[in-house]
Design a protein around this ligand. Sequence first.
Ligand code: UTP
Length: 296
Amino acid sequence: MARVRQAVIPVAGLGTRFLPATKVVPKELLPIVDKPTLQYVVEEAFASGIEHVVLIQGRGKSAIEDHFDTSYELEDTLDKRGKSAEAEMLRKISRLGQISSVRQKVALGLGHAVLSAKAVIRDEPFAVLLGDDLYRTAPDKRPGIGQLMDAFAETGLGQVALMTVPKDEIHKYGAAEGASEGPHRFRISALVEKPPKGTEKTDKAVVGRYVLPPDIWAILEATKPGKGGEIQLTDALDVLRERQGLMGVIVDGRRVDAGDKLGFLEANLLEALGRPELKDGTVALMRQLIAEAERA
Ligand code: UTP
């Protein structure tokens, strides 16, 4: 079975939930403490064994490309000012791995964004990581997408990341019906994009990581616009499931949706609490803010 070597990261959405911040800056470049969201996602891909990342770009393309490119003048200035640790940190970003980009000219939906990578990825299985979705995993665990790559190596079937959510929140997600096959494996029997409230049949939500066989290209090409007039990846995945089966991986880790306002705040607080130099200050600040909010 072909190994998963390449990853597609769509970053061409309009980011309407973060306007006006995303008027000029793509939401995937908004920082979680001091590092752009997208850098965490790209690092997760390379740490999982991906060799080539394909970014699906829309507006703000040059800022994203510049972030992962060498910045000779800045590095040189930092070196001259004795800030060699900072200069080295920047050099490491440009050496993370091979990154290419493809343009999605119009944001017609996630399915359409993934399809834009067809000519680059071609005839091999590939990973998809959403550029605003973060997975925090323990240091001794495989990163989020790595867990899906392992599951694909076991079965050869397409894999989607799943998260258990309260049933009354499933209407916000792609919903996966099916049955558990062990603590982290789930056989999917139906996929529904954002099921209307009251129709929910599952508490398993599809979240931001996928490993897909190349058969998905023909399916995406035939997928008509669905919910919201967008070409939905979920609709194409349901056809893939019907034709060859589809598995879910309940990822061992914590997923945070940094493309949502509260999720973005959560991601920042979690990252700050995970850094020794910021932990105590963050806890003190949170305590103070909670006390103030309760008095108000
Ligand atoms: P989202 O739905 O979270 O992104 O898509 P969005 O459309 O930018 O968000 P809002 O709702 O307007 O705030 C998940 C990921 O897929 C990308 C987005 O950039 C994001 O990383 N995406 C979405 C595309 O690349 N192209 C699209 O047409 C849609």
